[in-house]
Design a protein around this ligand. Structure first.
Ligand code: ZN
Length: 340
């Protein structure tokens, strides 16, 4: 471990232990129960009560899905929800409620994204639409990238549907490294069954039990996913694909310096946004302490500001949401101007 990593973690771990800032405990569990209740109740309401007010139920269901993705399953799959591993496993599997494979997600997110943040050909989060989006100066440049700062916003939202129906399968194949074992093949079959259940619950069942037309249901399905992925994409792109956040070919020797170089916080003083994004606007804290529950991030960020100042580390923060949006657009334009 590099000396700077030792110094940083020694100081920060002392603070975290002193203030017992680790698991989510009862506060996290009560939030998770609330979100899961909203999920099931809004879905039941869509099937049972028909009228214009169904828009409200759809909005609540969409909100619940976003919150499951951003926090309930995210914290749990990092092992940060509870000190009890069975609870982390149980809540981590709520990812199935948005019909994605928890094991693929852990490999993609915990191992590849957290372990190799913004590293070319390792971090799949910077490779969301090969050819169409250029997030790294080490990627090939095409004429179409001149407009990527405009059309990127229309591509982000379709990615949930892509992930559910295509990426989960391609990931399974890739992660087996060309040697698919029987276990992996069984996993692929199970995923196929899960996706069919998804179509059944989201399209077939509403068509059978409600008066809405098939096209209305399919339209709502796509709008719901548009909103889900737009929100999720915004959280992650504004933390990693912004001006001054580095895209690299290899991970730096210092894990700490690597995370500070490739990640930025945004809008830390915006209480509404912070709650909507479940504290993931404190993304630098999350990357350095992924096993700490989100409810502790503001306190840790405050201490981290002092520690980084002492150690001479550049801690990137875009103060407002608008600043972060601008930094993202600027970065997309820089990546067009950058002929490497
Ligand atoms: Zn994470």
């Amino acid at each position: 471990m590099q000396n700077i990593d030792k110094d940083f973690f020694m100081k920060m771990h002392a603070f975290i232990q002193k203030h017992e800032l680790t698991y989510g405990g009862k506060r996290f569990l009560s939030k998770a129960i609330l979100i899961l209740s909203l999920f099931f109740l809004s879905y039941a309401a869509i099937l049972l009560f028909h009228g214009w007010y169904a828009i409200i139920f759809v909005a609540v269901l969409t909100f619940a899905k976003i919150e499951i993705g951003l926090s309930v399953m995210h914290d749990a799959n990092h092992g940060a929800a509870s000190k009890k591993s069975f609870l982390n496993k149980l809540l981590g599997n709520t990812l199935l409620l948005v019909w994605l494979s928890p094991s693929n997600w852990r490999e993609k997110h915990n191992v590849r994204h957290h372990g190799q943040t913004n590293v070319l050909d390792h971090d799949e989060d910077i490779d969301v639409a090969p050819f169409l989006l250029r997030f790294s100066e080490h990627k090939p440049l095409y004429l179409i990238h001149k407009l990527q700062h405009v059309y990127a916003w229309f591509l982000y939202p379709i990615q949930t549907v892509q992930w559910i129906f295509f990426w989960d399968f391609s990931m399974s194949w890739r992660y087996s490294e060309g040697k698919p074992t029987n276990k992996r093949l069984l996993h692929i079959w199970k995923m196929a069954a899960i996706k069919l259940f998804y179509v059944f619950f989201m399209i077939v069942l509403p068509r059978l039990l409600t008066p809405y037309s098939l096209w209305t249901i399919i339209g709502v399905f796509f709008i719901m996913h548009w909103v889900i992925w737009f929100t999720t994409a915004v959280v992650f792109q504004l933390a990693h694909v912004v001006e001054h956040a580095e895209m690299v070919k290899e991970r730096k020797d210092s894990f700490v310096l690597h995370q500070f170089a490739t990640t930025a916080d945004f809008a830390p003083n915006n209480p509404i946004l912070t709650r909507l994004f479940w504290w993931l606007n404190y993304q630098v804290v999350h990357h350095l302490f992924p096993k700490v529950c989100h409810i502790h991030y503001p306190k840790i960020a405050k201490e981290m500001r002092k520690v980084t100042k002492k150690l001479g580390i550049d801690y990137k923060v875009n103060s407002t949401f608008v600043d972060a949006l601008k930094a993202h657009v600027i970065q997309l334009r820089i990546l067009w101007n950058n002929f490497s």
